[in-house]
Design a protein around this ligand. Structure first.
Ligand code: MLT
Length: 419
């Protein structure tokens, strides 16, 4: 087993690589509309200026032309969290969130310097092309400067399935394992497991509305998420999988089990519950939807963050907490609202548990999980005949990032035990 969890490649995603300078840009009056708000076109040009300024302070603005590779933008997702006004100085923080062979994705966050208000977050997907428009490699200087290297064993694909374009990371060969993240997170939650669980084909999508996947206005439900996953597996020719879902990903996994049981070789339910929301829980979802719409992802992240981790995480693993905060702040509001409505309306899966007899199931929970505590995990494990429960010491709600080694080891043991 040691061999299986030994290979852990350098992450291709670091939300705040230290070498990348933040860029401060001032909002000018001619960039604002009649009510004095920074307008949409200017937002885009400020994001662009911030990128070039950053390159100017690193490998040079000619880094692409030197290499004969032009970064052609292929997709842009911008979330506007708060208005900006003439004279505001915006600080742009920039990170490379994906570095493939010919493509890369940058995430940019703009905050107002004087009060640290989150103004906007954006992701830009680029493909490097030559003068004839043919894809060419990303210049190595770009990856080096941004402290990233191309994903060698993994690839982030974009696939349109079930009417939505999803980002999905696929790594390795072997029996397929499908990882489903929680709310409002993304596939990078599984970074350690994706790197380490060699001997398996690891598939980690961003659910619709989250991460780099498209965020349609409508169409969010547990059934839709499950149908998206089934269609994704079809597109990847993965007939049968072990499905591993964390928290909301666990709700999706249970819905998948209800609809596509014959496609499952095994199930891992991590830091999740089987019950539907209570009446109070549903009211809480409505309130959170309003917060997301009115105040944006930053406020949702700030409200959730303290509940996600083990008690001492802020001091023992500040980088992990920061990484999760950045992940949540980047979530599109439409996806947040959609996920909240899907969770609010989800079916009670308690009656389903007994029907899962015969499906190898592992229930995992962080010892200090405040959101879905061990007692609730025990209810699931007791309800599925033959299921086992594994409690991860020193972890809160997010074992894959809080205790990655222990979590990967427990998963590896389970995966190896399957017939
Ligand atoms: C999650 O982590 O996915 C959510 O907190 C689950 C929930 O709110 O029910």
């Amino acid at each position: 087993m040691d061999g299986m969890i030994g290979e852990y490649t350098t992450p291709t995603r670091d939300p705040r690589p230290v070498t990348i300078p933040d860029i401060d840009l001032t909002v000018y009056p001619d960039e604002c509309d009649a009510f004095g708000h920074l307008n949409q076109a200017s937002f885009l040009s400020l994001f662009e200026r911030a990128r070039w300024e950053m390159l100017a302070r690193g490998p040079g603005m000619d880094v692409f032309t030197r290499a004969g590779a032009w970064p052609a933008v292929r997709k842009t997702v911008v979330d506007y969290h708060a208005a900006a006004f003439p004279g505001d100085v915006l600080r742009f923080t920039q990170a490379l969130v994906h570095h493939g062979r010919t493509s890369f994705t940058m995430r940019q966050t703009a905050r107002r310097v004087k009060d640290d208000t989150l103004i906007s977050t954006a992701e830009f997907v680029f493909v490097c092309i030559d003068r004839e428009g043919r894809p060419v490699a990303v210049p190595p200087d770009v990856g080096r400067f941004m402290n990233a290297r191309p994903s060698s064993s993994g690839e982030t694909l974009r696939l349109t399935v079930n009417g939505v374009n999803l980002a999905v990371e696929v790594r390795g060969e072997g029996p397929a394992v499908l990882f489903v993240h929680g709310y409002p997170l993304d596939r990078t939650l599984w970074q350690h497991q994706l790197g380490a669980l060699t001997g398996f084909r690891r598939i980690a999508p961003d659910l619709r509305g989250l991460g780099l996947s498209d965020a349609p206005d409508l169409g969010y439900s547990m059934a839709t998420y499950a149908d998206d996953l089934a269609a994704l597996l079809d597109a990847l020719h993965a007939d049968k999988v072990v499905l591993c879902g964390l928290s909301m990903g666990g709700y999706v996994a249970l819905e998948f089990a209800r609809r596509y049981r014959s496609r499952l070789r095994g199930l891992v339910l991590m830091d999740t519950v089987a019950e539907a929301d209570s009446a109070d829980g549903r009211k809480g979802r409505e309130a959170a939807m309003q917060v997301a719409r009115e105040k944006g992802a930053g406020t949702i992240a700030a409200q959730m963050l303290p509940k996600l981790f083990a008690a001492d995480a802020a001091t023992t693993m500040p980088q992990v907490v920061e990484r999760v905060r950045v992940m949540m702040e980047g979530a599109p509001v439409k996806g947040i609202v959609g996920a909240l409505s899907a969770m609010r309306d989800r079916t009670d899966s308690l009656p389903l548990l007994g029907d899962l007899a015969g499906l190898p199931t592992l229930v995992v929970v962080g010892e200090q999980d405040q959101l879905t505590p061990p007692a609730r995990a025990r209810t699931i494990a007791d309800g599925i005949p033959g299921a086992t429960l594994s409690i991860i010491p020193g972890s809160g709600h997010l074992p894959p990032v809080e205790q990655p080694l222990a979590t990967t080891r427990v998963l590896a043991e389970f995966l190896q035990s399957l017939p």
